[in-house]
Design a protein around this ligand. Structure first.
Ligand SMILES: Nc1ncnc2c1ncn2[C@@H]1O[C@H](COP(=O)(O)OP(=O)(O)OP(=O)(O)O)[C@@H](O)[C@H]1O
Ligand SMILES: [Mg+2]
Length: 402
């Protein structure tokens, strides 16, 4: 019954703990207060809690009846045992020392029996959850994309996409609907397009985070669907659109996922490249400062400073493929300039993809890819596209007309 009630409540419990996190996380506190969301969040929290309590209470009478009935039955048997023993002893049918031994024996058996029942019940209870876990793992195994074991060369010279299609599960239309492109070592490719046109999805397909439903993504001829994902991700550095601000030290926020270094030289090089030296030197313990305001002794960075640090994290990896998905959306002009200068400086050694809404930034790219509704609608150099009278030219003129 405990499992049944838990099973009914598990959805609400999960949503409730998620809501508790969103409602109380300090990073969102300003928005919750200043947008007057507290009442709404509390209403939801109470509604979910009431629903959970209601289910628990509904199950309570049945639980009580079962407990009462089994306890009563147990008591009757126990009473019968003691009464029989007393009767045997008082009528002289068994000797007193034997009766006393019987009392001890009954007590010992009772203790052992209840341990047996308690552990048996716990095992049964746990096995129900284990069965759930097993069926979940089977489902996950069934749904997870099947990948291969092929390895990727250390030095990747070309990535080729051949009519790649990807549709998110449960969606009616593909997010990427047949995109083809080639990217060679030393090139910078800019991807632009309106919100929801499939830029981030395309970036995820190029890095093999998502596998194409149709078409192929080839890294030096190796199809990502057949490649070992770790071999692919060892060669990629990504600044995702929604990046993580890890509650770790400044140093670890840059070196994350990399082998430990014993001197900070390369870390400071990256810090300089993203123009963060001054800001980090002002932190109470520089690279050792914990970047988590919610923890004792932690410091906090501004939105743009975080973004610079995350760009530093990707640059630190020095991989053959660098993907930056709107890396400068929160940065000031100086930060943006520094990042793009650095991208240009290191471009010869790798393939670089920049997704951006700042169309002027695409001047530095060797080629610009314009996406619309999951398709590549234009493709070329900045100067050519701006005069082509297509979507890119329209977006550039809209940006200037603000
Ligand atoms: N995880 C997801 N699950 C389901 N649908 C998704 C998911 N991520 C994106 N989509 C859908 O796929 C489409 C393309 O999204 P995508 O994030 O690639 O757009 P984008 O071009 O990067 O947009 P933006 O400029 O806003 O970053 C959108 O219609 C979006 O709703
Ligand atoms: Mg995006």
């Amino acid at each position: 019954m405990d499992y049944e009630t838990h099973y009914l409540n598990v959805g609400d419990r999960n949503v409730r703990s998620m809501m508790r996190w969103w409602a109380t996380y300090s990073r969102y506190g300003d928005e919750v207060r200043a947008n007057g969301m507290a009442g709404y969040l509390i209403y939801w929290y109470r509604a979910l809690s009431d629903r959970i309590d209601q289910r628990t209470l509904t199950a309570a009478p049945r639980m009580l009846r079962i407990v009462l009935a089994t306890s009563a039955l147990g008591s009757v048997f126990l009473l019968g045992t003691w009464a029989a023993l007393a009767w045997l002893a008082t009528t002289g049918r068994v000797a007193l020392p034997v009766a006393a031994t019987a009392v001890v024996a009954v007590q010992t058996t009772l203790a052992a029996l209840s341990q047996f029942v308690i552990h048996g019940a716990a095992m049964f209870h746990t096995s129900l959850y284990l069965a759930d876990m097993r069926s979940f793992l089977d489902l996950a195994h069934e749904r997870a994309p099947q990948r291969g074991e092929l390895t990727i060369p250390e030095r990747v010279d070309e990535i080729h996409l051949d009519e790649v299609v990807y549709q998110y599960p449960g969606k009616d239309e593909p997010a990427v609907a047949g995109a083809s492109l080639s990217l060679r070592r030393g090139e910078i490719l800019a991807i632009v397009g309106e919100n929801g046109s499939g830029k981030s999805t395309l970036a995820k397909l190029i890095t093999g985070i998502l596998l194409a439903n149709k078409g192929r993504v080839l890294w030096d001829g190796v199809d990502l669907a057949q490649a070992d994902p770790d071999a692919v991700w060892k060669r990629t550095a990504v600044v995702p659109q929604g990046f993580a601000c890890w509650p770790l030290r400044t140093r670890e926020n840059i070196t994350l996922g990399q082998p430990k270094t014993f001197h900070d030289g390369p870390v400071w090089d990256v810090v300089d490249a993203v123009g963060m030296r001054e800001a980090i030197e002002k932190l109470p313990q520089q690279l050792d400062t914990l970047l988590a305001k919610e923890l004792w002794g932690g410091a906090e960075l501004s939105g743009g400073q975080w973004q610079r640090l995350v760009c530093g994290r990707a640059l630190y990896r020095q991989t053959p493929l660098l993907i930056l998905d709107e890396p400068t959306s929160q940065m000031d002009a100086r930060g943006e300039h520094a990042i793009f200068l650095e991208i240009k400086r290191i471009a010869a050694e790798r393939m670089t993809i920049v997704v951006t809404h700042q169309l002027e930034n695409t001047r530095l790219a060797d080629r610009v890819l314009v996406m619309d509704k999951g398709r590549v609608v234009e493709h070329g150099r900045y100067e050519d596209l701006v005069n082509a009278g297509g979507l890119f030219a329209e977006l550039v003129s809209l940006a200037k007309d603000r």
